[in-house]
Design a protein around this ligand. Structure first.
Ligand SMILES: *[C@@H]1O[C@H](CO)[C@@H](O)[C@H](O)[C@H]1NC(C)=O
Length: 234
């Protein structure tokens, strides 16, 4: 898959639409947008009844250079989820694994799925985890966000999956973790999304336009507490 050198990879579909709607080129930049879909085979993982699919939006500058790509993966459950993310990551590397784009993974995670030791809760709205080499865009994000404490426990499948895969790849990545539901009101989730959006925008020389965001919290959230696949693990 051909992408920009900066890729925003949204694995957790909950707020993909909000981010895509809000992220806009700067009026001064004359970026053009183009959209495409991807649909990758998972045969090599022994999965023949599902493929890794999703959409990509590219922001191309007036010299034809693709500046930012936003990639949204379709929703998958474990264990297909891990294969799908892994396949998309390898398709980003293309033939030359030494030129991997800088990857930014924004997440909005219910605060009940993030814990410190002794069940202490985490106070910040947003935490960051930096992995792999530093690039300008990663540095920009790292300077804006508090590092997630190393004792943070993550009980959120897509997030732990991304962390594991990216740590193995050691590619330049930044994971933004917004805590949802912390204050039990809708407004705050919206504000956290906007804060994440603004970070993404500033790191990629775009702007985040709150007014364009459609956020429907009732439709967006609530994964089932007991995912059926968990039964397989006893
Ligand atoms: C991809 O785009 C199509 C058409 O706009 C839309 O129906 C579909 O839900 C999108 N898929 C994802 C994963 O965003």
């Amino acid at each position: 898959m051909k992408t920009a050198a900066k890729v925003i990879f949204i694995v957790d579909g909950v707020f993909a639409t909000a981010i895509i709607d809000g992220l806009q080129p700067n009026p001064s930049s004359s970026f053009e947008t183009s959209k495409e879909s991807f649909d990758l085979s998972l045969d090599r993982y022994g999965i023949t009844d599902a493929r890794a699919s999703g959409n990509v939006t590219h922001f191309v500058d007036n010299t034809g250079v693709n500046q930012v790509s936003i990639l949204v993966l379709k929703k998958y459950e474990s264990p297909i989820l891990a294969c799908a993310i892994s396949e998309v990551l390898s398709s980003l590397a293309g033939e030359d694994t030494s030129i991997m784009p800088s990857l930014i993974f924004p997440f909005l995670v219910d605060s009940s799925k993030l814990k410190l030791e002794r069940k202490k809760s985490l106070d910040e709205n947003i935490y960051g985890i930096q992995i792999g080499p530093q690039t300008d865009v990663i540095q920009a994000l790292a300077s804006r966000h508090l590092k997630a404490p190393s004792s943070m426990q993550i009980h959120h499948e897509p997030l732990s999956c991304v962390l594991q895969l990216v740590r193995v790849l050691k590619t330049a990545s930044f994971i933004l973790i917004g805590q949802s539901g912390q204050h039990k009101t809708r407004v705050d989730d919206f504000e956290i999304i906007c804060e994440i959006g603004e970070s993404l925008a500033s790191a990629t020389s775009m702007q985040f336009v709150k007014e364009k965001v459609t956020w429907n919290p009732t439709k967006a959230s609530k994964e089932p507490e007991n995912e059926p696949w968990r039964a397989l693990y006893g």
